[in-house]
Design a protein around this ligand. Structure first.
Ligand SMILES: NC(=O)c1ccc[n+]([C@@H]2O[C@H](COP(=O)([O-])OP(=O)(O)OC[C@H]3O[C@@H](n4cnc5c(N)ncnc54)[C@H](O)[C@@H]3O)[C@@H](O)[C@H]2O)c1
Length: 331
């Protein structure tokens, strides 16, 4: 008889899971046996056209792969810019799962291409609508999803809400709208934790490292990084960093490890780095590589292209989180 998988009987929603980090998280939760609702935009809208034209994966293929890995994948078309669509998604899950929702992963994001195209432009040189492109799906939608999820989780005194963020939450990165959105997500996860803790529901923010998603790999092939510049690095440096990045599934391994941890509430309110969770839970990426922490001095030097110095620094030396936080003090 096949062994029962650790997340068998658990119900998860992963938003924006047709491709990228959301897809990787959904696959890993499915592999551990969960029923996973994966969302993406309507097939009539640009997402699926983009997928078909650019040979990117589709939402239904994510659902099929979850099922083939031993979970149950359910594809739901939901435009996360639209509050009614979001409400319908949670109604569907509540009615099909008898009010049970164990895991919400706030991941959907609509601005990867707009941000790449905006490279080098100041906020006043972009249309004000750039904010909406980044933060309608990338922030507002996560708040709305969390409201609906908490309404299902609080009465059951159980649940895990993971919000996918990035180092843009700590300091200026790429552009103003991006950093403000990420900083707000970290704060949203922390403030939700204050109100959820007495109800035994966990809320954390998770920072992946650099991830070689299908879309950025496609964009590299299309030459979108040729004239790109970021923090003193040029397009070739950025391409190398992305190509050397972690797989879309490593964040998923971390979310699955958190979901399996009976003491996960001890992390509530915190912003966690995937590299640190890899160390804690003994995880390696699907290609067998160890993923460095965003706090690793060696990895940071490597990212800044000080490769010779990085080679001399032991991998276990990490910048304490409080120093990173204090270095960006508002006061
Ligand atoms: N890629 C990286 O290196 C990296 C690193 C750290 C953090 N992040 C963060 O991870 C998150 C996901 O990024 P990604 O790189 O995987 O993005 P992606 O563009 O590859 O995937 C985004 C997903 O969201 C979906 N989506 C977009 N608009 C939608 C809408 N209106 N309704 C429903 N679904 C919609 C897309 O279909 C897709 O499935 C973002 O918050 C990003 O900032 C990414």
């Amino acid at each position: 008889m096949a062994a029962v998988k650790p997340l068998s009987g658990k119900v998860a929603i992963v938003t924006g899971a047709s491709r990228g980090i959301g897809r990787g998280i959904a696959l890993q939760l499915g592999q551990e046996g969960a029923t996973v609702y994966v969302t993406g935009r309507s097939p009539k809208e640009s997402d699926s056209n983009e997928a078909a034209q650019n040979n990117l994966p589709t939402l239904q293929s994510a659902a099929n792969e979850i099922t083939s890995r031993g979970g149950k994948g359910i594809a739901v078309y939901c435009d996360h810019r639209n509050a009614d669509d979001i409400a319908r998604l949670f109604e569907q899950v509540a009615s099909e799962q008898n009010g049970q929702l164990d895991i919400l992963v706030n991941n959907a994001f609509s601005a990867v291409n707009d941000i790449t195209k905006a490279n080098g432009k100041k906020f006043w040189e972009l249309e004000p609508s750039f904010w909406d492109s980044v933060n309608d799906v990338g922030l507002r939608n996560h708040y709305i999803c969390s409201v609906h999820a908490a309404r299902l989780m609080v009465p059951k005194r159980s649940g895990l809400i993971v919000t996918i963020s990035s180092p843009g939450g700590l300091r200026y990165l790429m552009n103003v709208a991006y950093g403000v959105g990420k900083c707000a997500k970290d704060r949203m996860a922390a403030d939700m934790a204050v109100e959820l803790k007495e109800h035994a529901v966990t809320s954390i923010s998770l920072w992946p490292g650099t991830v070689k998603t299908e879309l950025v790999m496609h964009n590299i092939k299309e030459g979108m990084f040729e004239d790109y510049h970021l923090e003193g690095l040029d397009g070739d440096d950025i391409k190398n960093i992305i190509e050397d990045g972690e797989s879309i599934e490593f964040s998923g391994m971390c979310v699955a490890a958190l979901a399996k941890d009976p003491k996960v509430i001890k992390f509530t309110g915190r912003t966690l780095f995937v590299g640190d969770l890899g160390d804690k839970y003994g995880l390696v990426d699907i290609d067998g590589r160890k993923v460095p922490s965003t706090r690793s001095v060696k990895a940071l030097l490597g990212l800044l292209q000080y490769k010779k110095t990085a080679a001399l620094v032991p991998g276990f030396i990490k910048i304490p989180g409080w120093i990173m936080s204090a270095s960006q003090s508002k006061f």
